[in-house]
Write a protein that binds this ligand. Structure first.
Ligand SMILES: Nc1ncnc2c1ncn2[C@@H]1O[C@H](COP(=O)(O)OP(=O)(O)O)[C@@H](O)[C@H]1O
Ligand SMILES: O=P(O)(O)OC[C@H](O)CO
Length: 503
């Protein structure tokens, strides 16, 4: 009897393989970063071949560390950076172009044209999303319009599209030898080509964006007892295992944090930062700049939806301080550097590197550092960068409370940045509610494992998963009102300085 479930988490910064036992505890883990490619200002790409190669490496490594073979694994779940777009030749397995990453802003003109006179919310009712560079539909159009021969190949049925979930599942289940070309409702929705209601491709929007319908994957449940496909004997797991869980990474973290009831929310601090609030089977349209998105669909049960506050730059600002500014050597160093100063010294850093996402949706905003004086030191840069993550989260939480009428009592957090204790305390101070980190902070991978395990009966129901959740640490808000009131007011003022920058 297989005692474990494997999860592959293909994130913006790295790819991970984690193996969990029935108690939802990680028994093995392996992670590798991949290259971030910046060909022009505002453009961000990944190499899909490098990503698949890293994925295979982390699978081998995680299996080897735990001394496991394929028959020990009951099921595999995949979770992924959402929206990032790959178009490849199904006969050769070769991508026609690098993956265009969710943060990439090259489709701003395409989005402007698509808006026409109707504005940013033209497709919001059907898709739950504003027209923005973030989503895959316009990225597919860019590849079809700009890479020679791809449109013709798509018309012939040779060029196929996928987000990273689709790419990884296709590869895992055999690739050119009959790999499954599938996605799940959570990922499909982020293309802007899917109807929220009914969770099917919308032919009118496909036509509007000039995307041939036949290049799109089949939309399946996030946890699918019918199984997307099986790993090949000569694949990285070395044997036949059902691949039957697929969730966008933010939805996976919501599942991993066991937010199964209406009104439960989590916030994940990775490259970006994403807060999701479970709204049940009801589709709640946002009036305050949030997204409406499927949260998960388990088998034949109805789709559960969420309100989402997406922040483009969170951990990415720390990477930028490390890789481009060379202020720190490792991401973790940012905490010590920030602790060298008492406060932000009046400096506010709005990292609108990819424009501003929720709640503003301004593609033409760009980053700004304001309030600078000669008093400031390197420590203030680190401090202001971390504070920016906390203020952006407050903006999203305010919007979520306004949209849902739910007053959050505590915030469940996870992701790479929650190792940063200074940030977590400041987050509690800015929000005025406790912030809680679970025992397993890799909620994203755990959520993908839960989706796959549920499909094969490894976990019987969501109650079993809830029992696995436990608290590692809680940060209580400080009594001092300054961060909540005065600093947040200055942050709001700083944000306005980034608007309308791109001509
Ligand atoms: N101790 C830390 N303090 C602040 N940021 C951190 C810390 N550790 C990691 N990070 C940031 O967290 C991000 C990685 O988190 P992760 O959840 O793995 O992201 P992703 O899923 O987007 O690849 C990186 O952007 C990194 O800069
Ligand atoms: O890779 P992450 O964790 O920053 O998540 C990226 C999101 O899925 C983008 O929508």
């Amino acid at each position: 009897m297989a005692k474990y479930v494997a999860a592959i988490d293909q994130g913006t910064t790295s790819s991970r393989c984690m193996i969990f036992n029935h108690a939802g505890e990680p028994v093995s883990s392996s992670q590798m970063e991949h290259e971030q490619i910046y060909p022009k200002p505002g453009w961000v790409e990944h190499d899909p071949i490098e990503i698949w190669s890293r994925t295979k490496d982390v699978i081998h490594d995680a299996m080897e560390k735990a001394g496991l073979i394929a028959s020990d694994i009951a099921a595999i779940g995949v979770t992924n950076q959402r929206e990032t777009t790959v178009v490849w030749d199904k006969n050769t397995g070769q991508p026609y172009y690098n993956a265009i990453v969710w943060q990439d802003t090259r489709t701003d003109k395409i989005c402007d044209e698509l808006m026409g006179d109707e504005g940013q919310d033209r497709l919001r009712e059907q898709t739950g999303l504003p027209l923005a560079t973030y989503f895959s539909g316009p990225k597919i159009k860019w590849i079809l319009d700009n890479v020679e021969g791809v449109r013709e190949a798509a018309m012939r049925g040779d060029a196929i599209f996928g987000n990273m979930d689709t790419w990884v599942i296709w590869k895992l289940t055999g690739g050119i030898n009959g790999g499954a070309h599938v996605t799940d409702v959570t990922n499909a929705s982020r293309t802007m080509l899917m109807n929220l209601e009914g969770t099917q491709w919308n032919d009118d929007i496909c036509e509007l964006m000039d995307v041939p319908r036949k290049m799109l994957p089949t939309i399946r449940p996030s946890s699918d007892p019918e199984v997307y496909g099986y790993t090949a004997n000569n694949g990285p797991f070395g044997g036949k295992i059902p691949v039957c869980g697929d969730l966008g990474d933010q939805q996976a973290a919501t599942v991993g944090q066991t937010c199964f009831s209406v009104g439960e929310a989590k916030n994940t601090y990775g490259t970006g930062c994403f807060m999701l609030l479970n709204t049940g089977t009801e589709i709640v349209q946002s009036k305050n700049g949030l997204l409406t998105t499927p949260c998960y669909k388990f088998g034949n049960e109805p789709t559960v939806y969420a309100l989402e506050g997406s922040i483009a730059i969170a951990g990415a600002v720390v990477q930028w301080l490390r890789d481009q500014m060379r202020l720190i050597n490792t991401a973790a160093d940012v905490e010590n550097l920030a602790r060298m100063v008492e406060d932000n010294g009046g400096m506010y850093f709005v990292p609108a590197f990819s424009g501003l996402f929720a709640p503003y949706w301004k593609s033409d905003a760009r980053g700004a550092i304001v309030g600078m004086t000669r008093y400031l030191t390197r420590g203030h840069f680190a401090r202001a960068a971390l504070e920016a993550v906390a203020y952006q989260t407050r903006e999203v939480l305010d919007a979520m409370e306004a949209d849902s009428g739910v007053k959050l009592q505590a915030l469940k957090v996870d992701g790479g940045m929650v190792a940063n204790e200074l940030l977590m305390q400041y987050q509690a101070d800015v929000l005025g509610v406790p912030v809680t980190r679970p025992k397993v902070a890799e909620s994203t991978a755990l959520g993908a494992a839960y989706a796959a395990g549920l499909a094969v009966g490894f976990w019987k129901n969501t109650n079993e998963m809830r029992q696995n959740w436990g608290i590692d640490k809680t940060w209580e808000p400080n009594d001092d009102e300054t961060p909540r009131v005065d600093n947040y007011k200055m942050w709001k003022k700083a944000v306005t300085r980034t608007f309308d920058w791109v001509e």
